[in-house]
Design a protein around this ligand. Structure first.
Ligand code: PEP
Length: 257
């Protein structure tokens, strides 16, 4: 099995202004050690308006914290009011761009075609997409959660070449577990993450599938992260609410302690 460095990413959603962002990243930098960064990749995903502040702090103080955007436009530039493009994010030295978060799918009608275009836009500009996939509650109840999630994976990766797909991050986020306090059991997370890896092997090959990091997201906290991370196909967590508390996020990064 390939050794995959766990990725702990904090999705701040629409929280923290650019001044609060600086204070928050400083707290994370203070709380984390060289040992943490050697064992785990740590990223924050602030609102667009915070990215310049985070960049200045990270670059200026040579922090090992990575950062990225919560969304990316499928377009490079032009008359797309309110959109933020890949070239703009690349200029800010973003490492990641989240694509297809369930809140974007739900409130902004992002479907598989849009997510696929955004995945391609991220790669085109040297950003790593974190492609979010996962089922709503009614699908889970119907027992078709694996098929549902794999269809989203297929759609997001349509016509994405292997050399790009090998570097993508997939976040399995059951919608019923996001922001609800209702965390999936470690076995639930493993079932779907293993199915995602198997589908990557079908779409590409086993070697590629072995390299791709698959995160779990949905009410991850310091108290439940270790059991989830113990699953063989879970390579990190996409953390929403709990990432807004710096001390709690540091504990999540230190899931092995
Ligand atoms: C998320 O925003 O991706 C998320 C998983 O949120 P929460 O951790 O709050 O459930």
């Amino acid at each position: 099995m390939a050794s995959r460095i766990p990725l702990m990413a904090g999705n701040w959603k629409m929280n923290l202004n650019h001044l609060e962002a600086i204070a928050h990243v400083q707290k994370l930098a203070f709380g984390l050690s060289e040992k943490d960064f050697a064992e785990v990749e740590v990223a924050v995903l602030p609102p667009f308006t915070d990215l310049r502040s985070v960049q200045t702090l990270v670059d200026g103080d040579k922090l090992k914290i990575k950062y990225g955007a919560q969304d990316i436009s499928a377009q490079d530039s032009g008359a797309y009011t309110g959109e933020i493009s890949g070239p703009m994010l690349a200029k800010l030295n973003c490492t990641y761009a989240v694509v297809g978060h369930s809140e974007r799918r739900q409130y902004h009608g992002e479907n598989e075609d849009i997510c696929n275009a955004k995945v391609k836009a991220a790669f085109k500009h040297g950003l790593t997409p974190i492609l979010c996939i996962g089922e709503p509650l009614e699908v889970r109840k119907a027992g078709t959660h694996v098929e549902h999630t794999l269809a989203q994976l297929d759609g997001g990766l349509k016509d994405v070449p292997a050399e790009q797909a090998a570097t993508i991050v997939i976040a399995y986020e059951p919608v019923w577990a996001i922001g609800t306090g209702e965390v999936a059991t470690p076995e639930d997370a493993q079932e779907v993450c293993a199915a995602i890896r198997a589908r990557l092997a079908e779409l590409y090959d086993g070697e590629l599938a072995d390299k791709v990091r698959i995160q779990y997201g949905g009410s991850v906290k310091s108290g439940n992260v270790a059991a989830i991370m113990a699953q063989p196909d879970v390579d990190g967590a996409l953390v929403g609410g709990a990432s807004l508390d710096a001390e709690e996020f540091v504990k999540i990064v230190r899931f092995r302690d």
